[in-house]
Ligand binder design. Structure first.
Ligand SMILES: O=C(O)CCC(=O)C(=O)O
Ligand SMILES: [Fe+2]
Length: 337
């Protein structure tokens, strides 16, 4: 493992290193957020699923989806391969080292740690390792993916294709529920990348986080988690997202909030760590191509509902988001009318 990854050295430390201790106001603290079933669970085959999804996206910005058609065994295999990747032995560490970067990069496949691209300049580190790569078009990006574990490309390639299809089904239901034309949101989701988050057991989960409070800069995020750790911020409180076997957690990305003219909410969320067991999550991000123009959908704007945001090319959003390190207030200021 690349020496900088938490996975490579966490067993050698008993206490949380100082550089991982958050300022008091950002610490999760010693009153753990309980796992909750508040986040809606939607059966994708239910006749009213489009309405239930839109309701959930308005109220929480998050929902879980079951009966989604993506093979259970396939996704279990995918999660296994992700774990194998972060558990690779010393002999295989070259695979990881070659992909390692801790500064902003446009490489199609990157291994990193903490915030993922500003590790050197960040004040405090996060207890996480990351593998991030583009997924679509698959044939274009596959050659850049890890070639170890040996099943990585085959299994994760299949997962990516299936999850993308699921993403489009969900976007179609959102288009339908919002009264947009069929295929409207799919046009904004031509690109997809995967971020595998790995959180080794942490010596002090009360003082540190796996991922800081942020919104996703995407259209839609579809996440698979193997255990508890994801929390959603709503009405000034944290809600713990209950892991449900074979479900996906879906959330509205910030560019979708803008396209929906603020009807859908992109909620802030974070990941906490635990001291007992490593946690892995796979987040598939549906994202516009860089030059796509993002603006509130015309069908959602009228005299009673004026546009809340200006138009801009997607790359401008990403640039501001990165510069503000996911700070939603700062980022959105630049696009509000
Ligand atoms: O690991 C998780 O549950 C959350 C990860 C996340 O928010 C992200 O990758 O954007
Ligand atoms: Fe996220």
């Amino acid at each position: 493992m690349a020496a900088k990854l938490v996975s490579s050295w966490y067993k050698e430390v008993e206490c949380l290193p100082e550089s991982y201790i958050l300022p008091p106001e950002e610490r999760p603290g010693d009153r753990p957020v309980p796992v909750s079933n508040q986040i809606p669970v939607v059966d994708l085959e239910a006749p009213d699923s489009a309405q239930l999804i839109v309701d959930a996206c308005q109220e929480f910005g998050f929902f879980q989806v079951t009966n989604h058609g993506v093979g259970e065994e396939l996704m279990e295999d995918g999660m296994k391969v992700f774990e194998e990747f972060f558990g690779m032995s010393k002999e295989e560490e070259g695979v990881v080292c070659n992909l390692y970067s801790d500064t902003p990069t446009t490489e199609p496949c990157v291994v990193s740690t903490s915030s993922g691209n500003n590790v050197k300049s960040e004040k405090v580190h996060f207890w996480r390792d990351v593998l991030r790569h583009s997924c679509h078009p698959l044939h274009q990006y596959l050659p850049f993916w890890p070639h170890k574990p040996h099943r990585y490309r085959e299994v994760v390639g299949e997962c990516s294709v299936e999850v993308r299809k699921l993403g489009f089904r969900i976007l179609e239901k959102i288009s339908q529920g919002l009264g947009l034309s069929s295929g409207y949101l799919e046009e904004f989701s031509k690109f997809m990348y995967l971020q595998v988050n790995h959180y080794p057991p942490c010596p002090d989960p009360t003082l540190s986080l796996g991922v800081y409070k942020h919104v996703d800069p995407t259209i839609l995020t579809i996440l698979r988690q193997d255990s508890y750790g994801l929390q959603v911020f709503k009405d000034a409180h944290w809600i713990g997202v209950q892991p449900i076997p074979n479900a996906f957690v879906v959330n509205v990305g910030h560019q979708l909030q803008i396209i929906s003219n603020g009807k859908l909410k992109s909620a802030e969320h974070r990941a906490v760590t635990n001291s007992v067991k490593a946690r892995t999550s796979g987040a598939f991000f549906l994202h516009p191509d860089v030059d796509t123009i993002i603006e509130p959908a015309k069908a959602l704007v009228d005299a009673a509902n004026p546009a809340l945001y200006r138009s801009f090319p997607s790359y401008e959003f990403v640039k501001r988001y990165s510069a503000n390190r996911g700070d939603v207030e700062e980022t959105i200021k630049a696009f509000q009318l």
